[in-house]
Design a protein around this ligand. Structure first.
Ligand code: GCO
Ligand code: CA
Length: 260
């Protein structure tokens, strides 16, 4: 099924040094893509590149902050110069700050919006110029359950991820005429370092998520690889502005009583 093949493609995954970004990057590499990984922590980058290389994947790393437009412009230019092109951009880099809205520092709120929403805009705007020239490209924005639902303590994150869903639809509208497909993936609750604090056995939230998820489990990062490959490949050439939720069914249901 070469419909899903990414042979000869260069895929840039921001924040691809760990967690869901790494799992999606591995999926793209298994489909044949050459990886370009961005991060901000040298040690994490070194470990990630060793992980990719040990698996036989071609992977190059660049350390820069996607919210710094001057730095991002410099590095995207360097990446296109060194890699020749960027076929797929996965805007995965993101942070979360869990804090009650009534007491959250505005600076913290602003930082979450900056990384999770403005960063994807900066990277998309930089990468799309080459895609327009080449009349093809794939942009995949990593959204969230919080693109659709609110939850206590994640106001900034939900605002950013809700905005990222609408940014996905808007960029899809503007860039579809250039044969560039912009879509999103909305992960449900996954077992990563980001959710570790709320995923401990006996933690009421952990039990709540298991109860609230029809599949009855937390997602495993590799559960995202197939959707990432689909949205990065020719198989999605007529898919624009969609967010595909990989959530074990949470968004499909009102839930069920605890003892059912
Ligand atoms: C939280 C979680 C969520 C998940 C994910 C859901 O605090 O509710 O961290 O935000 O990480 O984003 O899609
Ligand atoms: Ca190369």
């Amino acid at each position: 099924m070469d419909l899903f093949s990414l042979k000869g493609k260069v895929a840039l995954v921001t924040g691809g040094t760990h967690g869901l970004g790494m799992a999606m990057a591995e999926g793209l590499a298994q489909a044949g893509a050459e990886l370009v990984i961005t991060g901000t922590t040298p040690e994490k980058m070194d470990n990630a590149l060793k992980h990719y290389h040990d698996k036989g994947f071609k992977a190059t790393g660049y350390l820069f902050d996607v919210t710094n437009e001057a730095e991002a412009e410099k590095f995207v230019g360097q990446i296109v110069a060194e890699q020749g092109k960027i076929d797929v951009l996965v805007n995965n880099a993101g942070i979360i700050k869990r804090e009650a809205a009534v007491s959250m520092q505005v600076s913290d709120f602003r930082r979450v919006i900056d990384v999770d929403l403005v960063g994807p805009f900066i990277m998309s705007q930089l990468v799309v110029k080459d895609m327009i020239q080449r009349k093809e490209g794939k942009i995949i924005n990593i959204c969230s359950m919080m693109s659709e639902l609110g939850r206590n303590s994640v106001s900034a994150y939900a605002a950013a991820k809700g905005g990222l869903k609408m940014l996905t639809r808007n960029l899809a509208t503007e860039w579809a005429p250039h044969n560039i497909q912009v879509n999103g993936i909305g992960p449900g609750y996954f077992a990563t370092s980001q959710t570790a604090p709320i995923r401990v056995d006996g933690n009421p939230f952990n039990d709540f998520i298991i109860q609230r998820t029809p599949a009855g489990r937390w997602g495993n990062p590799e559960d995202l690889a197939g959707t990432a490959v689909f949205l990065a490949s020719r198989a999605s050439d007529f898919v624009n502005g969609q967010v595909i939720y990989v959530d074990g069914g949470i968004l499909a249901t009102i839930g069920k009583p605890a003892n059912e």
